[in-house]
Design a binder for this molecule. Sequence first.
Ligand code: USQ
Length: 395
Amino acid sequence: MNILILGGDGYLGWPTAMHFSKKGHVVTVVDNYFRRKACIELDVEMLCPVPSLIQRARLWHELTGQEIKVVIGDLTQPEIMRGLFNGTTTYTWCVDSQYPGPPDTVIHYAEQPSAPFSMINYRYANITLSNNLLVTNNLMYAVRDFCCDTHIIKLGTMGEYGTPNIDIEEGWIDIEHKGRRDRFLFPRQASSLYHTTKIMDTDLLWFGVRMWGLRVTDLMQGPVYGLATPETRIDDSLQTIFNYDEIFGTVLNRFVVQSVVGYPLTIYGQGGQTRGYLNINDTLQCVSISAEKPADRGQMRIFNQIMETFSVLELAERVKAVGHQMGYNVQVKHLENPRKEAESHYYNPTYQGLIDIGVVPHYLTDETIAEMFRLVSKHSKNIRLDSIFKGIKWG
Ligand code: USQ
């Protein structure tokens, strides 16, 4: 397949690019280094310095003989997006500069992915809104105008649903009202501006499916954990961007880093907040199988991309237990919750669709947590305590 990955420099984008490239697909990645620039602006750092996208693509080629074409560009500019579909793109780095044709599959990660970032103030809210909606709209129109058959795989988020007091279905719900029945998108009610943009993305693409018969898979992903995939293990310089700070770090990754440096685990409020989680390797599996088994033309296929659910307290207990076995003195601390969210709630999402198409879950084992400890501890000298908790208030 000819695969285009939007947001190819990120935590998930780069491992996804290597995953598809290793399987022999033609891969192009696009990124504007948003995350790297935002980390500098907000004075937070990644666990370790990661070579640029071009340097990693060059190394990947040296080590494997496979090419990942790189475009450094801002996809909110329609011309940059459209060039990838009509053959007028200029590669920033590649081995073979011949255009491989319009993509069979586009994997869309090119979004501002942090809920706390979106809640800092109106400026960061605007960056989130304009980036996420313009990139999605530019993608939708490029596909509509140049290759309606391209399969769009968009990363959505479980946070679109919020924490309703009813079971969460996979994207759709049948409603009977005054004796008549119809099928609708499951009610969404986000608790951050970032999550709200993801709802709007879903609405945009659903519009494109109804209007122009596009082919879309929307993956409602929960928080991801982990640092290593088979391809990042090939060489230290191929590792992925890994954040542990309050803005870009996700909770389990943060807890492992906190344990390694003896920082009490930052449980926000009561810790009863329950979410669906998945290993970074399962993100690759879900995206990969979705690409191999695409949605039909005119179908908006929605999967809940999680493998199991945990409360924050349960995660903290799991990390603490493994840390103690490994000789770390892990403490936990309940902090006043900087976010506005339910701390004790019903949560029962359905997540069968991806398993039905062939995904085999990697569950969170003690060994998985222990491996995270081992990988993080290699870089413990880089960990900055001051970026672990800044207390960005949402209320
Ligand atoms: N939490 C803590 N302590 C921390 C960090 C987080 O108690 O130090 C709590 C949060 O309050 C929240 C839960 O852990 O209740 C998850 O927080 P998170 O920061 O891991 O995840 P979230 O902000 O929801 O966002 C992340 C990704 C986002 C993705 C989302 C999936 O950054 O891109 O869309 O997970 S989901 O949460 O299902 O919406």
